[in-house]
Structure formats: structure tokens, C-alpha cells
Design a protein around this ligand. Structure first.
Ligand code: FE
Length: 359
């Protein structure tokens, strides 16, 4: 713990220190103070996660210190983890599934893998639009899918909306990752909600016709393509900007220095946001501990760390963003739709992308 805190700088130490005080205050009225479990040593919660960030581990360590509950982490690709959970059934030693994208969480729900969370603390920490309609999962962190542009070739005054990216003035100038990735599926799913099916199809068609190349690679690769003048515009998730700025790979640092960041649709329907989130599995043998972990991860204390160390936005509205990069982007208008819709519209989104030839 000590070592990790050192790595995460004095700022994190400060946050942890403050947050402890705050937690003591906020949990004072709860019937089961976490201190009682500290000495038991054998309390655990098993978390299946597709996330792979040091911040998450630091938070699990903080949770253990606070509650005595060990978070056993099984990390892997979301698809592989889901398969394992499905095959393991009731016997599986797994309490929680934690992954990126509301679309993925909806998939787990559809497969019947989750049970209701049933925590008033989670409900008060996380706004309703960032939780599943049937209380099967809750968001824990937020990210925006933003426009990244070439500082050399694009005047940001030319930028306005996602819809405008279908305009032929951008012919051969846009890159994004393949349609097989849930980030883009959710982006299109959100437009089905905001603009309707037909308009979204037209938009997707126009967007694809402006692609500079066949979609390939991940979000960071799109930033690199813009930096290398292969394109002028990319659509990427916001936290990758922070991760590339602080990367230990010189090529990532150099690439991100050549691009600007633009939050689209500020005058219209808002920037598309998505989340990372988690649900409690039906197989859970430690449901009480799983609920405690979700309550902790959605608390002000934990939420501050997501944004200070991982460049994600808090979902808990009571958290003040302290990260300098995020602060420099300022407040922005979000799409504001209920994220359960991304799962509901996922199939239609994939159909549209197939139909318009989004590889
Ligand atoms: Fe990602």
C-alpha cells in the first residue's frame, strides 16, 4: 500500500487522508461499521475485471485497509471473462463483473449474469441515468468520446458536431477504430436515441465515406494517425489523451502533442459520454462484500482518485475534479441520455454500421 501510494504521488496521499476523515463522517450512521471486519482477515470479494489500471488496484488496496475485505482480482478481456462467467454458472467463485462501456454491461445483463445491487448508498452516489434501469449494474467512472484534431491542419473553428463529420468537407480526413468495438457501437446507439434511426443511418453513411483509411487499431492509434498526417480528425475516448501525455512511450507523447481536443455538440445535444461500471454476479458468494465494494468505489473518496490518476470523470456529482488536464477542459454539456439505452440500441447500431460499410 505504502509503495503504491508513493507511486501515486503526494496528491493521492492527501486525497486518501482527507477521504478517510470524510468516510468516518458519512458512515457514522450506518449499522455495520467496517472496522469490525478488519481483524477477520478472511473476508474477500472476487472481482472479474477487464480494466487494467494501477489506479484500480490502489483503490482495492485502500478498500482492504478500510474494511479488511480483500479484493481478489481476475483480469482479462471482457469477452473471455464473460464466457468464463457463463460457463462457470452457480459454482463460479466470482462476485462482480467490472468492465468498460454500458453496451458491454448490458450484454452481461441480457445473458442473465447479474443480480440486483439493492444499495441505497450506490443509488445516492450515482445518478439514475448512469445506472441500469433494473438495478443490475452501476457506472463507476465516466469518459467522453471526443474529437481530436490536427493542430497543423485544422482550425478548431471548423469543428462543431459529430453530425458535421458526415459533411463532405472532411472527405478522406477522418479516422476511427473498427465497428466491432463497443465504443463506436455505443456512439452510434446513442445517436439512434438522439436523432432517430434514419438520420443516424444517413450520418453513419456520410461519416464512413469520409474515412481516411479502413478502420484499424485502438483509440491511441487514431491519435497517432492524426499526428502522422494520415488524417485530420479522430474520434477517441477522453482519458487516452491524459494517458498519452503521461505515457512513458516517447511516440505517444510526441503524437498527442500534435493534436487538439474538441468536445462536440456543445450547442446542440451534448458530447457522447460512456462509463465503466460493475454489476454483482448471480454466482456471488460474498454479496454483502460486493455491495460494500460498489459503495466504496462510488464514494467521493474513490471517485476523486479515478479522476486524479486515471483521467476519467467522476460519476458521483459531489466530486470536485482536481486533475489539471480535466480542469483545463472545463465543464461540458453531456448527451444526458439514460445509458441503459446504449445496450437496448446496440443491435440496431451494429446493423447500421454493417449496412453503411463501417469495417
Ligand atoms: Fe479504453
Amino acid at each position: 500500500m505504502k509503495k503504491l501510494l508513493l507511486i501515486f504521488s503526494a496528491a493521492l496521499l492527501l486525497i486518501t487522508g482527507c477521504a478517510k476523515k470524510e468516510t468516518a463522517d458519512t458512515t457514522a450512521t450506518e449499522p455495520t461499521p467496517t472496522e469490525t471486519t478488519v481483524s477477520s482477515g478472511d473476508q474477500k470479494v472476487v472481482l472479474y475485471t477487464s480494466r487494467h489500471y494501477d489506479t484500480d488496484q490502489a483503490l482495492f488496496d485502500a478498500f482492504k485497509e478500510k474494511t479488511g475485505i480483500t479484493v481478489e482480482v481476475k483480469q482479462g478481456d471482457a469477452k473471455a471473462l464473460l464466457e468464463e462467467i457463463e460457463q462457470g454458472g452457480e459454482d463460479l467463485d466470482a462476485d462482480l463483473f467490472y468492465t468498460a462501456d454500458a453496451g458491454k454491461l448490458a450484454q452481461a445483463k441480457e445473458k442473465g449474469l447479474f443480480q440486483t445491487i439493492g444499495s441505497d448508498v450506490v443509488k445516492s452516489n450515482v445518478p439514475e441515468i448512469y445506472r441500469d434501469n433494473d438495478d443490475m449494474w452501476t457506472a463507476l467512472t465516466m469518459r467522453a468520446r471526443i474529437i481530436v484534431y490536427s493542430l497543423e491542419n485544422v482550425d478548431p473553428a471548423q469543428l462543431s458536431t459529430y453530425e458535421d463529420l458526415a459533411n463532405e468537407k472532411w472527405k478522406g480526413k477522418i479516422v476511427t477504430r473498427p465497428s466491432s468495438h463497443v465504443y463506436n457501437q455505443s456512439l452510434v446507439a446513442s445517436f439512434i436515441e438522439v436523432n432517430g434511426l434514419e438520420e443516424t443511418k444517413e450520418w453513419a453513411k456520410g461519416l464512413v465515406s469520409n474515412f481516411a483509411r479502413e478502420p484499424k487499431g485502438n483509440d491511441r492509434d487514431q491519435v497517432k494517425a492524426v499526428a502522422a498526417n494520415e488524417a485530420d480528425i479522430a474520434i477517441v475516448n477522453s482519458y487516452y489523451i491524459g494517458k498519452m501525455i503521461t505515457s512513458d512511450k516517447p511516440e505517444e507523447k510526441e503524437a498527442v502533442a500534435k493534436v487538439g481536443v474538441f468536445f462536440p455538440n456543445q450547442e446542440t445535444t451534448g458530447t457522447h459520454v460512456n462509463v465503466s461500471g460493475a454489476g454483482i454476479l448471480k454466482s456471488s458468494k460474498n454479496k454483502e462484500n460486493a455491495v460494500k465494494l460498489l459503495e466504496f468505489l462510488s464514494s467521493v473518496e474513490a471517485q476523486e482518485q479515478f479522476s486524479s490518476a486515471n483521467f476519467e470523470f467522476p460519476v458521483n456529482p459531489n466530486v470536485e475534479v482536481k486533475n489539471e488536464l480535466l480542469k483545463s477542459w472545463g465543464e461540458f454539456k453531456k448527451q444526458g441520455i439514460n445509458l441503459s439505452i446504449l445496450g437496448e440500441n446496440n443491435k440496431k447500431a451494429q446493423e447500421i454500421m454493417d449496412e453503411v460499410g463501417w469495417k
